[in-house]
Design a protein around this ligand. Sequence first.
Ligand SMILES: Cc1cc2nc3c(=O)[nH]c(=O)nc-3n(C[C@H](O)[C@H](O)[C@H](O)COP(=O)(O)O)c2cc1C
Length: 176
Amino acid sequence: MDDKLKTFYELYDRRKSIREFGDAPVPDDVLSRLLNVLNRAQSAANRQPWHFVVIDNKDRKRFNETFTKEGFKKAPIVIVACADPLQAWVRKTDSRNYAWVDVSIAVTEMIGAATAEGLGCCWVAAIDAQQVKEIVGIPGHMDVVAVIAVGYPVVELKKEEKTRKPLKEIIHYGRW
Ligand SMILES: Cc1cc2nc3c(=O)[nH]c(=O)nc-3n(C[C@H](O)[C@H](O)[C@H](O)COP(=O)(O)O)c2cc1C
């Protein structure tokens, strides 16, 4: 494996969910690169059915009440990832709306980039979406897919064993 490939795979070895953050802020240029990754992500029919609300920790008292884990309150940045079902591509054969899929792809790519920047993230789904919408002023028809806590981790990001199903349990070749 050449060095570029190794660097790529090591990124995903290092990534893990981070729930405790240090005091260091996320520099503006780093944040800007992450937001560009969100914007460049692929989406069904290139509909880009998403909006992202970036909230720093200067005025987050009310928002922080939506977190059940204390560690998230210290994240220097949280990003609320919202899906717009009215903008999304819909699969004709079964009417599946791809808004959540598209938003999840963008967020996943951003988390990869954040990991490369030495940042840690946690995807927080266990929030009260209605409360988040109200606090942040998100329009009624939008869905809150995720709140992403972003910041410098207090632990080192390094390769660790993961609790995962064995490949042979989930991969099917040719036929289920
Ligand atoms: C869709 C989604 C929702 C998640 N929601 C939460 C959450 O509400 N709270 C939390 O602490 N972690 C949450 N996580 C993090 C997962 O618990 C974590 O990804 C999983 O345990 C695997 O660990 P790893 O990310 O360190 O590899 C979520 C992850 C995903 C992908």
